[in-house]
Ligand binder design. Sequence first.
Ligand SMILES: [Fe+2]
Length: 261
Amino acid sequence: MAPPPTLSMSSNNVLDKMSPPRQQQSRLEKGRKQLPAGIALPCSEQILRKLSVSSSEDERQTGFEMLQEGIRTILGPSSGIDSDDVNVEDLMDIMTRYHSIESEWKDFALEEPTRGYTRNGVDNINNKANLLLLVWNPGKGSCIHDHADAHCIMKILKGNLVETLYEWPEEGVEGPMKVIKESVRSEQQVAYMSDKIGLHRIKNPSETEVAVSLHLYTPPWAAEYGCSIFDENTSKSSKVNMSNLYSWRGELQEKAGGDSC
Ligand SMILES: [Fe+2]
């Protein structure tokens, strides 16, 4: 394997834009030590360094743009769209490395106080993944939902979100949903979710502040086929359409879909 390219000072600066704060680097450092000799860098870091070199002449590229480009590179132009073909570790790694700066993504973050939250489209990556930016109004949250047999990686860009994890209900059994655990996801943190883990609900616990999260769904099954939502008291499920977005790349959509859950 070819060694990583030598970085100029300016490209190091670009890498710095993507680097998480020191306290978030422990998992990455641990992962590096487990790599065999000769493979000193995780895939996402090698990709970032290549991106840094290619973008070193264009200092206008933001960390958020580099993140999108890195996700595109990891997903690749020709690999299959089956869930098992996606390297979740690399995607989580690159999302962890992005340090959220509001000015970089605020144009995508359209708010609407009359809704629980808004779903704003940022990117569709080769029809393999959707990148959405969700703006959560104070005290509001989603329904309990599944993820249509896809991966979901969520990074908190602003504020905190509470994730409540539920067991899948037994088929044909009516009763309250069973909570597995509740986790607070804080600003800059990255979390992974899939149907293999269970079902979940996301809520903004703040009474006054909006929270913003970035969601990578791959493959984009929920947008194509919808997902299921579950009644907290009865566990009954129903199908919902998730194809309508509130905005697309900063432009309000005609149908302006939002929080159908
Ligand atoms: Fe979710």
